[in-house]
Design a protein around this ligand. Structure first.
Ligand code: SAH
Length: 364
């Protein structure tokens, strides 16, 4: 076990010894985000040598399409002369670098933007600085500190890393799923059922249709953030584009999972050394944004969204005149992003915007 993972294990185990079992949300928050020793805060997890890969790391076309979406959306917002361009969880800065390169065709847009990166990982902030220094980015620990004013927000595979609570219907009623130390081997973590906590009140009405054994997930951190974005879009000019793997409609089921070296892994072992995620309930994010007074678009499948933005044409342009190896790499990337048996359907896209915006590119 790497030294950092041992520290995370000891940190969570210490908390359980002191206070008893932790909720899944606390477990995720510590494992992923504990200062300096969490999974994200201690490393760059992306790429072949890491644990998982993401759309912008697969093809430059992903970020380019989002760059064009930003330019188009900025124009629909009335081309404000100053706009905060905010990315939540920018990873290596690849998406934003590709987006800003594509946005060069709109110099007025580039002149208007102030770049804000919301990132908790020091190693990833360093990677972002390398790629994006020319744009003078401002870093934030959270979205709350982005200054007032018109804004565009981008989030790709960000919400899936935010903590979730899981509730399970048992014969004895609802219980919250938590994590404790295994009584037979206290060096290991195991699942436990707790009485449902106050977050239970946030469950959507569909939980009333549950049968014993069913699990319902909720991410109050995600809902709070979507509501905050919705409020900002309602009181100021703005729009947000959220892309994540997940469900278009709220439902039952356990989607908590770990990825380590590109393979599924038991989420309670090698804690701090594997990526922990849950599917994102994009419909719930839209409801939270709409309840805060903004307009919402989607969910639409990622493949449909990218095709509506013209990713096919972009691929044709890039391929022209390239040797066969590069052409097949580009075509391969395109298919991974849009095909329904790859990322095209599993990933969904939603937007939250000022109510004055009636149409957004990519949302038919
Ligand atoms: N958007 C990038 C990276 C996705 S990985 C891409 O598509 O490649 C998740 C990103 O969110 C990482 O940059 C991670 O460090 C960051 N992150 C995770 N939890 C966070 C939190 N609570 N606050 C801010 N950033 C977070």
């Amino acid at each position: 076990m790497p030294q950092q993972a041992r520290l995370i294990h000891d940190r969570i185990a210490g908390q359980i010894r002191a206070q008893g079992a932790v909720t899944l949300a606390d477990f995720m928050r510590l494992a992923l985000g504990a200062r300096e020793i969490g999974y994200y805060t201690s490393r760059d997890p992306l790429g072949v040598a890491g644990d998982f890969t993401t759309a912008p790391e697969i093809s430059q076309m992903f970020g380019e399409m989002i760059g064009l979406w930003c330019v188009d959306t900025w124009q629909r917002l009335g081309s404000p002369p100053q706009v905060h361009l905010v990315e939540l969880g920018p990873g290596r800065g690849t998406l934003m670098a590709d987006a800003l390169r594509a946005a060069k065709l709109a110099p007025d847009f580039l002149a208007a933007i102030q770049l804000h990166l919301v990132e908790i990982s020091a190693p990833l902030r360093a990677a972002q600085a390398q790629r994006l220094q020319a744009f003078g980015p401002h870093w934030h620990d959270g979205f709350e500190s982005v200054p007032p004013g018109p804004l565009l927000v981008i989030a790709n595979e960000f919400f899936d890393a935010l903590p979730i609570h899981q509730f399970q219907l048992t014969e004895a009623g609802w219980r919250e799923r938590g994590v404790m130390l295994d009584p037979t081997d206290p060096t290991r973590f195991t699942w436990v059922l707790l009485p449902p906590g106050p977050q239970f009140a946030l469950l959507p009405p569909m939980h009333r249709d549950a049968k014993p054994g069913d699990i319902v997930e909720i991410s109050p951190a995600s809902l709070r953030l979507a509501a905050l974005i919705g409020q900002r879009c309602q009181t100021e000019t703005g729009a947000a584009l959220i892309i994540d793997y997940g469900v278009a409609a709220s439902g039952f089921g356990d989607t908590f999972q770990a990825l380590r070296q590109h393979r599924y892994h038991d989420p309670l072992t090698d804690v701090g050394d594997a990526d922990l995620t849950a599917h994102v309930d994009l419909a719930a994010l839209c409801r939270a944004g709409a309840a805060a007074g903004s307009r919402t678009f989607g969910p639409v499948p990622q493949g449909e969204f990218l095709c509506a933005l013209g990713i096919d044409m972009r691929a044709q342009m890039l391929i022209q005149g390239q040797p066969a190896t590069i052409a097949s790499e580009l075509t391969g990337g395109l298919h991974r992003l849009i095909d329904t048996d790859q990322m095209g359907n599993l990933f969904k896209v939603v937007a939250i915007s000022s109510p004055s915006v009636t149409e957004l590119a990519g949302f038919a």
